[in-house]
Design a protein around this ligand. Structure first.
Ligand code: SF4
Length: 484
């Protein structure tokens, strides 16, 4: 399906997309008497704005005024979906919001979030980051024909809304222990905001406090900063919280078995976000230092692939003593819909995004630092572009280990067959991208730079050891569509 005009893309080469994150989630509760002043829909809008990097296909906000939930969602970026007049109609004191990249189901309006279900006594709206791996098993608890969308999130919403007298909280206590896979959830009924995180805590979720009584839940701490909320703590793996007039109540629905996503440090999270008390930017710079020690090379200048390679390039330059410089200029304003170049002019497609600074690189031996290699097309084009611009040598350094395995927990990589490291050795990849040398950070050094114990991290895309076993038949993005 063609993507709409005006939607920006991180991707330098559309045929070699960077890993796509699952989604950004946000929720806010303020006392009802503060609803007019707090403007929860606008807080949510700004929270989603801060989380836009986690999903660019659709955006939505649901608001409750205590007696009724209203949902507004559409395809596109947060700033395209909402304007002042729409936000002014979303009045209330509780809100949940979402920006989506589809990791199950197609990028359609029906699959956009928040998902909503009416109940006997009201409604339930839910947003989800992550991927479930037992969706068919959960869907079997519902009557056939009960689903209108094709996502794991729709299944969860239907199950949580099928509540008895105990309401959403009681339904969550029953359903969440039976739910497997990655889920950072924020949901609400008319009076209460809830948040829950899977027992492995694969995708992030944090709790913040507003200055004047009120609570915020968000995928990343950067979203708390932007709405002026104070970071309180991470939602624990296996924890369910409820926020309302009685304060924040916490309970466990499962024992914590922490396996946080290592790739959040490499690429997914914003650099100004903090995970487990450590800034993502600091970790990325440290990875660059370690990369320099593991893969030193004689060179004249270290340049990043902008902007994803920038922090690690800074670290590499610092540890190696090789000057840091800018050798590639990125145009961030190219929409996804630029005319797809044919094979013969693919180089032009990349030129729309990146252009070399000829004077800065001519005759120089370059170290080019990037965060990861997916299919290799982007790095091959960059190496060739730098050589054409007069670089004497091009040494590629990557601040993650080879990505050899797909992710089933909410990040859309290529399939194993499409991942260049799933099929070729490092030397073969070097040859394929045309670099003079190629070095990846080792898995041990990346883990050590994160300051988190190896056993508490998911690193499956690097080592193939999936912390939550995934059956072969639960591995498709379009699983529910296929079973229809
Ligand atoms: S497989 Fe990779 S991207 Fe997916 S959760 Fe694990 S570490 Fe993160």
């Amino acid at each position: 399906m063609p993507l709409r005009d005006g939607r920006l893309s991180h991707d330098i080469d559309p045929s070699d997309r960077a890993p796509q994150d699952a989604c950004g989630v946000f929720g806010v509760w303020v006392p009802a008497e503060q609803a007019a002043r707090a403007e929860v829909s606008k807080l949510t809008y700004y929270g989603l704005y801060a989380l836009q990097h986690r999903g660019q296909e659709s955006a939505g906000i649901a608001v409750s005024d205590g007696s009724r939930i209203v949902v507004f969602k559409d395809m596109g970026l947060v700033a395209q979906v909402f304007d002042e007049s729409v936000l002014n109609t979303l009045r209330g004191h509780i809100a949940v919001g979402h920006c989506r990249y589809s990791t199950t189901g197609s990028p359609t309006w029906e699959n956009a979030q928040p998902t909503f279900r009416s109940t006997d006594d009201g409604g339930l709206a839910l947003v989800h980051n992550g991927n479930l791996i037992n969706t068919p098993e959960l869907a079997a608890r519902l009557d056939p024909g009960e689903l209108t969308a094709t996502t794991d999130t729709e299944v969860l919403t239907a199950l949580l809304a099928a509540r008895g007298e105990g309401g959403a909280l009681e339904a969550a206590r029953e359903i969440l222990p039976a739910t497997r896979g990655a889920f950072s959830l924020v949901f609400m009924d008319e009076g209460t905001l809830y948040a829950a995180r899977d027992p492995e805590g694969i995708r992030p979720l944090v709790l913040g406090a507003l200055e004047d009584r009120g609570w915020v839940v968000a995928s990343e701490t950067a979203a708390l900063d932007i709405v002026g909320a104070r970071f309180v703590r991470e939602i624990e793996p296996g924890e369910l919280i409820a926020c309302d007039g009685q304060g924040v109540r916490s309970e466990r629905f499962a024992e914590a078995r922490p396996k946080g996503c290592l790739f959040e440090y490499v690429y997914l999270a914003r650099p100004d976000t903090t995970i487990a008390g450590r800034s993502v930017q600091a970790t990325r710079v440290e990875v660059g230092r370690r990369l320099a020690r593991e893969h030193p090379v004689e060179a004249d200048m270290v340049i990043p692939t902008p902007e994803s390679g920038t922090p690690a390039a800074i670290g590499y330059a610092e540890a190696s003593g090789i000057p840091y410089g800018q050798g590639l200029v990125k145009n961030s304003y190219v929409g996804r819909t630029f005319i797809q170049p044919s094979q013969t002019i693919r180089q032009l497609g990349i030129r729309l995004k990146l252009n070399p600074l000829r004077e800065a690189i001519e005759g120089k031996r370059l170290v080019v630092v990037d965060d990861s290699i997916v299919r290799g097309n982007t790095q091959r084009a960059i190496v060739s572009m730098l050589r054409d611009a007069g670089a004497a040598e091009v040494h590629v350094r990557i601040s993650s280990p080879p990505v050899s395995w797909p992710c089933f927990y909410g990040i859309d990589f290529a399939t194993r067959a499409e991942l260049i490291a799933g099929n070729l050795s490092v030397e073969e990849i070097r040859d394929s991208i045309g670099a003079d040398s190629l070095g990846y950070i080792s898995l041990d050094e990346l883990i050590s730079a994160s300051h988190i114990a190896k056993d508490n991290l998911c690193r499956a895309c690097f080592d193939g050891q999936y912390p939550i076993p995934v059956e072969q038949d639960a591995r498709g993005k379009h699983l529910l569509e296929a079973t229809r």
